[in-house]
Unconditional design. Structure first.
Length: 333
């Protein structure tokens, strides 16, 4: 039996608690939140105990999901890892590369699992894509969402784009040699829409767009390599695979295949994989090192975007403090 807890039971943390509560071989010891009423509400729902301080669970749990705001990831994960508690930390792993390095070091010294919550790695459409690729040459990713007044403690690169950065880094498996990025704040005082063009050392190029102010949602990745094109729709869990036998000559037929991946609970699969890693049955699919690489690239992209805004005479905090609320009062998505 693996004894677990969920630290932070806001919008996403509640789902973590629900999944653990249904999992065989898992004892959900408790949920923690600094808002007592919220902790108690979720605890009642999943039939466990409510806490307001993570220290109260030390010695009672083997593992925990850290689902607090990003700025607190390092603080909470450090406490848990230092007390031999395996951690599933929601993305991004931390706010700085230095914090990520320290968390990775603590996990290694204490011999515990540090997994990062890049959920899309468990999406069956992405798994189908991974299984087919051998030599990606061009990748295009679009992650668009309507505005939601949460997760605005980070910009769109760290909120949304980082999912695709992690996927692209895992698909290519080589260093990035060139970054060309642009982005602007629109409804908040942080970047709300961004685009980056990445060129890898083997020449593979990725064009990635993320927006949290779109009127239409989209989560698609398209990958091209000799004789193969794959489109992975992460929202619909569908894949389009187009192949052609290049060795058969210029008149060889193009073969499209459509795959629909149904009945998958991606968050459950992610947390079950984490539990299996805690049990020593598998290696984490998204390690602390992978989370660090995605964070480092996201921060490098943000740095370049900021340089562009400054050179254009636009400061990151050029909007008045109440501007977003004024706009949102009449903005429907």
């Amino acid at each position: 039996m693996v004894h677990v807890a969920v630290i932070g039971v806001g919008y996403l943390g509640r789902f973590h608690a629900q999944k653990y509560a249904k999992m065989d071989g898992v004892d959900l010891v408790g949920v923690v939140d600094i808002v007592p009423g919220r902790a108690q509400e979720v605890a009642r729902e999943v039939k466990t105990r409510a806490y307001t301080d993570v220290h109260e669970l030390i010695g009672k749990i083997d593992a925990a999901s850290v689902v607090v705001p990003t700025i607190h990831h390092y603080e909470i994960a450090r406490i848990l890892l230092s007390n031999d508690v395996h951690c599933m930390v929601e993305k991004p792993i931390s706010t700085t590369v230095e914090e990520a390095d320290e968390l990775i070091d603590i996990a290694e010294r204490h011999g515990v699992v540090l997994q990062v919550g890049h959920l899309e790695r468990f999406n069956p459409a992405i798994k189908a894509l991974e299984a087919r690729l051998t030599q990606p040459l061009f990748i295009e990713a679009n992650r668009l969402s309507g505005f939601k007044n949460r997760a605005t403690d980070v910009d769109v690169v760290l909120d949304l784009m980082i999912h695709d950065l992690d996927i692209v880094l895992s698909l290519v498996g080589l260093p990035v040699k060139e970054i060309r990025a642009v982005g602007v704040p629109v409804l908040t005082q942080k970047m709300d829409i961004a685009n980056v063009r990445l060129i890898f050392t083997d020449g593979c190029t990725a064009n990635i767009t993320a927006s949290r102010i779109s009127l239409h949602s989209m989560r698609k990745i398209r990958v091209f390599q000799p004789g193969l094109y794959i489109s992975a729709d992460c929202m619909e869990c569908k894949s389009l695979i187009v192949t052609r036998d290049l060795s058969a000559g210029p008149m060889s037929a193009i073969r499209p295949e459509f795959e629909t991946h149904r009945g998958t609970d991606i968050l459950y699969d992610e947390l079950e994989s984490f539990v299996r890693s805690v049990q020593g049955l598998e290696r984490p699919k998204v390690t602390g090192e992978a989370g660090r690489k995605a964070l480092k690239l996201a921060l490098d992209i943000n740095a370049q975007i900021m340089e562009g805004l400054k050179s254009a005479g636009i400061d990151r905090h050029f909007l008045p403090p109440d501007w977003s609320q004024q706009v949102l009062s009449g903005f429907q998505v």
